[in-house]
Structure formats: C-alpha cells, structure tokens
Ligand binder design. Structure first.
Ligand SMILES: Cc1ncc(COP(=O)(O)O)c(C=O)c1O
Length: 440
C-alpha cells in the first residue's frame, strides 16, 4: 500500500471512530507536520551544500568602502560649514584636472547635477527641446529631462551596453538641444565622432560619468559632465553629485547659488541608515525617519551636504586603490566568464563600477542568479529599458531592438574593493561550477 493510500484509510478510520470534524483536524495537523519536516529537510540540505562550498556567510553585492574616517564624519553631530565643500571642490579639480575656467557645482545627487545643467541649457536655448539618451539606463537620466520641461528621445545600445554612436549621430539635427553620453558601468564611450557631429549642429554633449568617476579617458572636452557619489558608485558618500561645465559657466554658477542647504539631520540620518544596512551598526541619537533623508538627496533644489563633502574627501584619497582593485577583481572573474555562456563589456577604458554579464535569454540569467544565490552570492539586475517603462510610454517612438533584447538578460556580480580573497575565490568557483554543470 502507498503512503497516500495508507493516509486515506487512516483518515476514514478516524472519521468512523471519532467523527468527520476530528478526522479533518487530525489530517490538517499531520499534513502540516509533513510540510514542516520537508522544509526543514530542504533547509538542512541547502545549509550542508553551503558549508561544503564554504558559502556559509552571504556575500553582499554592495558595501561602501568606508573605514574609521568615513564613520567618524558620518556620525558626528554637526558636520560643520561650507568650508568642506570648498575643499572638495579643490580636490576634484586637482584629481580630475578640471581647469579653473570650468564651473564646478556640488549637488545632492547625480540627477540633480543633470537637472541643473539641463535647466540652464533649456533657458539659454528655448527653441530646442529634444534630448537624446540611451534607453538602457536608469531613471536618474530620464527624470531630469522631464523636470526641465524637455523631450526625451531614446537611442539604442551597442555590444558594450553603451549608447550606439551611429544611432546618436543619425538623430542629431537642429532640433536637438543635447545628447547624453553615458559611460555605463564604467566603460567609457568613444566620443570623437559624437562631439564632432554635435558641434556642427550646435548640440551640447553631456558626459555622464556617474559610473565612471576618474580622469576622463576619452580626452574629449565635453560641454557638461555629471558625477554621482551615491550608493553603488566607485566613490560613495551617503549621497552627492557634481556638475562640471565648460559652457554657460556664469549662468550655472548663478543657478547653483540658489541651491539650498540640506538640513544636517538629513545627511546624518542617511549615513546611519546605510551603516545599519551594510554593517548592522546603530548610532545613538539618530531618530531621523530614513525616508525623509533619503528623499532629500533627489531634491534638485539642494546642494551637497558638508557631511557628504567630507566623506568624499576621504573617498578620493582612496580612489586609485578603489579603481585598481575593482579592475583587478573584474579581470580575475572575467577569466571564468567564457563567451559561450556569458558576454561582458570589453575591458579597455573601463573603471568597472559594475561587472555586468549579459545572457542570451532571461531564463538563463534567472538560472545563473539562483545558482549564485545558492552559493550565498548576492547579485544586482541591470536596467529594464526606459522606453518600455509605463512612465515613459509617451516617448516610446520606435523599436530599439538591441536594447529590447537585453530585457531581463543583464546581471551584475560583486567586484567591490572590500571583498576578501576567499569571497572572490568563492565567486569564481561558483561561476566555474555553473559553466561546468550547464546543460541546455
Ligand atoms: C549612469 C547614471 N547616471 C545618473 C545617475 C543618477 O545618479 P544619482 O543616483 O546620484 O542621482 C545614476 C544613478 O545611479 C546612474 O547610474
């Protein structure tokens, strides 16, 4: 007799002796017990597998590269004066070799920097409304265009997940105000042709270096450049951004003068939130509701807080180490990412804010993600094409086949500089294990 048959007969017997209600209640208890035992069994097997793989502690995708210095600044009760913003300004100018003639504005976020730049371009060129941007991007590049009352026009991507040069050039004309050249994941775009065409039509080029903080390797002088110092970037404060401008410097400085200070409690609350989230540390005296301080960073009317400016000063002191360690970690892992299963961006001119892996279809990506999770490794899914998102439906003017093919197919794996050697080796072993046991 099968187990199911035995259970049915048992149930009938209990019903005959004790009644239907007691029988149903007993069956319920028994089934619950079976489910509990099964789930315990599955959890025990999973735990054993993880111990076997040395994967007991999870590897977080993200954790800022902060040490005593950042914690001291992040938690102090009063983060001081505008002097720290001036020091950061000087430091950025020297590290990025920004000429004194260029305007440099420290903002609350990367998107606020873009919003400020676009607002001035729009005011100075009221007859042009169109802004070209890659659809393979985040809301941080879309929202400021709408906020400035401009019209987004999406372009397709190339094999390196960058906006296609040909598609940008093919759509530059006298109606375009600006085009956004985004150095996605830290891979820098070749800008020569784009800049040359843009100049011919009086179109402004905005280089988005939010993912590519460091010296510009393209060597091209663009009109505007934006940086982000928020979570998940190469150098992280609790939030922050910068706008660098080689055009309309006076107008941009004037608009920057109107920015407001962020209340000190907001930056402190935000820092404490991240300390709790990534280190499980609590700081006394912090009663700020986090949603309030997280939201102020995206308010385009505020300037960077002095606390975040101070954190950025220590981050820049470590920038060379951060970038070279990310590049080394990426090349260590790329070795296992064989092109038959995984596609990656080409490594030249790449500062690796992200190591993105492209799969041939979404189900393969999901399988790989689940596999890494089994090894205790957290990953991050990349963008869903902007032109297919409901909020941008009005600007979905044409098919963008290459961007659409990436939908659900791109995953980022951890390469942060504070990964231990053991963690890095575990990530490498997990990739190898996936490739070796892969069957279609
Ligand atoms: C490429 C790119 N540009 C701009 C932004 C906006 O930066 P922020 O989040 O600091 O506003 C982001 C945000 O992650 C980004 O990834």
């Amino acid at each position: 007799m099968t187990l199911r048959g035995l259970a049915t007969s048992g149930r009938r017997l209990v019903a005959a002796v004790l009644g239907e209600r007691t029988s149903t209640a007993t069956a319920d208890v028994v089934w619950r017990g079976i489910f509990a035992v099964r789930s315990l069994q599955a959890k025990t097997f999973a735990a054993c597998r993880r111990i076997q793989r040395g994967a007991w502690t999870p590897i977080r995708f993200m954790r800022p590269f902060w040490d005593k210095r950042e914690f001291a600044v992040g938690t102090m009760s009063n983060s001081g004066s505008a002097g720290s913003r001036h020091r950061l300004d000087q430091k950025l100018r020297s590290v990025l070799e920004i000429p004194e003639s260029h305007a440099l504005v420290l903002t609350g976020s990367g998107r606020s920097a873009l919003a400020l730049g676009l607002q001035v371009l729009a005011e100075q060129n009221p007859d042009r409304k169109k802004v070209l941007l890659p659809s393979f991007g985040c809301r941080g590049i879309y929202d400021p265009i709408i906020e400035a009352g401009l019209v987004p026009f999406f372009v397709d991507v190339d094999d390196d997940l960058l906006a296609s040069e040909d598609d940008i050039i093919g759509h530059i004309d006298n109606t375009v105000l600006a085009c956004l050249a985004v150095n996605t994941c830290g891979k820098q775009m070749a800008l020569d042709r784009v800049v040359e065409t843009a100049r011919n039509y009086g179109v402004f080029v905005i280089e988005d270096d939010c993912h590519a903080f460091g010296k510009s390797q393209s060597g091209q002088v663009v009109d505007l450049r934006i940086l982000s110092f928020g979570m998940g970037k190469n150098a992280m404060a609790s939030a922050g951004g910068a706008l660098i401008a080689s055009v309309y410097q006076n107008e941009i400085q004037r608009a920057a003068f109107m920015l407001k200070d962020e209340p000190d409690y907001a930056s402190r609350g935000r820092f404490s939130y991240f300390a709790k989230r990534y280190w499980n540390r609590r700081h006394e005296g912090n009663t700020t509701p986090i949603d309030r301080s997280l939201v102020t960073q995206y308010d385009s009317t505020i300037r960077m807080s002095s606390r975040d400016a101070l954190i950025m000063i220590s981050q820049i002191d470590k920038l060379d180490y951060i970038v070279s360690t990310r590049q080394n970690n990426a090349s260590f892992l790329r070795y296992e990412l064989t092109p038959n299963l995984f596609q990656t961006q080409t490594p030249a001119c790449h500062v690796y804010t992200k190591l993105s892996v492209v799969f041939s279809n979404p189900s393969l990506m999901v399988r790989f993600r689940a596999h890494l999770l089994d090894w205790g490794i957290e990953t991050e899914e990349m963008y869903f094409p902007l032109h297919l998102r409901p909020f941008a439906a009005a600007y979905n003017q044409r098919a963008l086949p290459r961007t659409e093919a990436l939908k659900g197919c791109v995953l980022n794996i951890p390469i942060r500089p504070n990964l231990t050697t053991q963690e890095l080796k575990r990530i490498k072993r997990s990739i190898r294990d996936f490739a070796e046991n892969f069957h279609d």
